[in-house]
Design a protein around this ligand. Structure first.
Ligand code: GLP
Length: 240
């Protein structure tokens, strides 16, 4: 695992955005895995800004969304699709046929998504946040290292943490890439910012293969980069 401990939140955001752009520029047909959450909003704003300054083209890129809530109508303002439309698709000028979302409306959505991931040759760079309980995507505590894209029942902690994104009732289930699926991406890029993530980051760095904190499984990946702002890193002791 490579840890990048930043001097400010802005630096953490700017490094994350530049690593995504680097990958897009380096590959002929980059496949990028996207994540949502409050953490990623400034990353996508920065990405759009820098991409427009550098006239970066995303025409040959393909994107996979990490997860999506079940039971929300497609155009629901709190769906991850709406989030990605707002922060990624429109600002970067991406076509709807360049992105795939977990097919939440069908029963075999998990298997179908796994097949699509394989057809596209897998994900080159998977962007990830982390939940305060160590979830990744929506792989809640108890998820296994072999888990694949599947329906997951969300924990009370996650429902509470994400409820501010809903004016109505938050769905209790989601379809998420599994830990095993995420581990197949060629590169993992996790960003954690803010004091609310300090405790889980400390736990992540001190534990291995711990199902009570699914993020610990990612440490098995040979190309896992963790970017931290000073608050998220405030409970760890690294001599960097
Ligand atoms: C959500 C998403 C995750 C995200 C996490 C943290 O539940 N499914 O992909 O990493 O929450 O979100 P935030 O950045 O808002 O703390």
């Amino acid at each position: 695992m490579r840890i990048i401990q930043c001097l400010s939140k802005n630096e953490a955001i700017s490094i994350t955005a530049s690593l995504i752009l680097e990958k897009v520029k380096a590959l002929t047909n980059p496949v990028i895995g996207l994540a949502t959450g409050k953490t990623m909003v400034p990353v996508y704003l920065e990405l759009a800004k820098v991409a427009s300054e550098h006239k970066t083209s995303f025409d040959h890129s393909f994107f996979f969304m990490l997860d999506e809530y079940l039971t929300l109508p497609e155009n629901h303002p709190s769906s991850f699709r709406s989030y990605i439309n707002k922060y990624v698709i429109r600002p970067l000028g991406i076509n709807q046929n360049q992105i795939a979302f977990p097919p939440v409306e069908i029963n075999e959505g998990g298997e179908i998504y796994e097949r699509l991931l394989k057809d596209k040759g897998g994900v080159d760079l998977q962007l990830l946040g982390i939940g305060t309980n160590g979830h990744v995507g929506f792989n809640e505590p108890g998820s296994s290292i072999q888990s694949r894209t599947r329906v997951i029942k969300l924990t009370t902690e996650t429902l509470k943490a994400n409820s501010d994104q809903f004016t109505d009732i938050i769905p209790s289930k989601a379809l998420s890439m599994g830990i095993g699926t995420i581990l197949e991406a060629k590169n993992l890029l996790m960003l954690a910012t803010g004091i609310t993530k300090a405790e889980v980051i400390k736990y992540l760095l001190n534990h291995h293969d711990d199902p009570s904190c699914p993020a610990t499984f990612l440490k098995n990946h040979p190309h896992f980069t963790l970017i931290l702002d000073p608050e998220a890193a405030s409970k760890i002791n690294l001599n960097i």
